[in-house]
Design a protein. Sequence first.
Length: 506
Amino acid sequence: MTINAYGTGAYRAASGPSFVGQRAQFDDLQRQLATQEKSTTYGGLGTDRTVSLDLNAKLATIDSWLHGIQLSSTNLKLMSDGVSTFGKLASDARNNMTANSYLPSSTGQTGPQVLATDKLKQTLDILNNSVNGRYLFSGKTTDTEPTASFDRIMNGDGAGRAGVKQLIDERRQADLGSGLGRLTVGGSGTTATISEEPTVHPYGFKIATANATGTAITTTLNAGPPADVGVNVTAQPLVGDVLSIGLNLPDGTTTTIQLTARANGSNGPASTTFEIGPDVNTTAANLRAAIGAALGTEAQTTLSAASSQVAAQNFFAGSASNPPVRVPGPPFATATAPPSNTGAAATATVIWYKGDDGSDPARSTSTVQVDQGQRVGVGARANEQAFQIGLAQFAIMSAETFSAADPNSQARYGAMAARVNDRLGFGGTAQKPTEIITELGSAQAALKGAQTRHQTTQDYLTTTLSGVQNVSKEDVAAQILAVQTQLQSSYQVTAMLSKLTLTSYL
């Protein structure tokens, strides 16, 4: 008789697969306890594998959005801080630059001017700021440093390309002409005339108005262009009668020369008064001389300051695709053609801004995707209007000098200070630093909102995924204990059966 259950070799045939399976189950449970994961493969999750794949894909997308948000938030913070600093520099310069701040010095520059040089350098450093090799104010060309150096901007590159100082000098020559702002004073007998040059051009003074108080002096204005005004002394004026000539300046501002009649034999400033002579012819001759002196002084002061504004603004409005316009010349003092950036001028001027200069909004030059259908603009350009205005004013203050030996220095300084103060107020429709800060702040708010939303979703999906992929430590520990008990029992039974023979059975 044969006992099948305990026949020869029966325990070997039965125990091998049983032990291996239980041992594999025990090892897998130990892995689950250590990793808290149900399976090392998606296939091991069974029907839950599609849920796991979907949730992991969603979490990966959210991770990429959060990573982009984090990087862009850092960039926006640095950009906002930089623009805020620039705004403060402009405000400080505006407060410092007043006519009362003029003080002659051996260098020809006042304290606010020296500070303006530092402000220009600091602003260029702000605009050249980079993070992880990415220039923040270079538009789309994030690998290109956006601005030239302070020395190149002010003094040129030494290889034939002019800086802002040279452009200011050329424009000033063109505006001042022979010294009267491209106007001519003439007349004879009882008349005085003021005329613009026969060739119409954009340089120097442009006659706007003419009038006189009292009845002794009459004025006739021909609006032109070219404009001229005739002044006729029909009788002896009274002391205190005033002749006023209104002039338009190249930078869009206006000025008025006023000449007040003073008594015969008295003294007074040659550029603001004229002496009543013994007869009308002498009075008219004195008036002609006073007009020439007044125009000369006004040319050296207000016109000179206006000329600096035009040249600096033209320089900082230039870019690689649109070089700065310059006065054709030399000679510059007799130039009649309008400023141009064609021909030699196109390659003879330093291009201060080297970044992207497209026509699209600056903020759109760099975008970050923060959600499925939402992109946020986080770009900026160093040549945005607010920066151009600030840099031009800093450059003017840094470039101008005022000799203590020049009697017109204080008046010219006052004219410069008035214009700098006005421009740094960013009035009218000019872009203001606060506008850039507001736009960057809006982008930061959009990123923050998306980040909060994604983190909430991420937490929910992570919890859900944990329920699909992870195991309970308590359940696994109980299963390990059960399998361990089974293995121990199996080992004991197997050991007993391995010693069983037919003799001992009988």
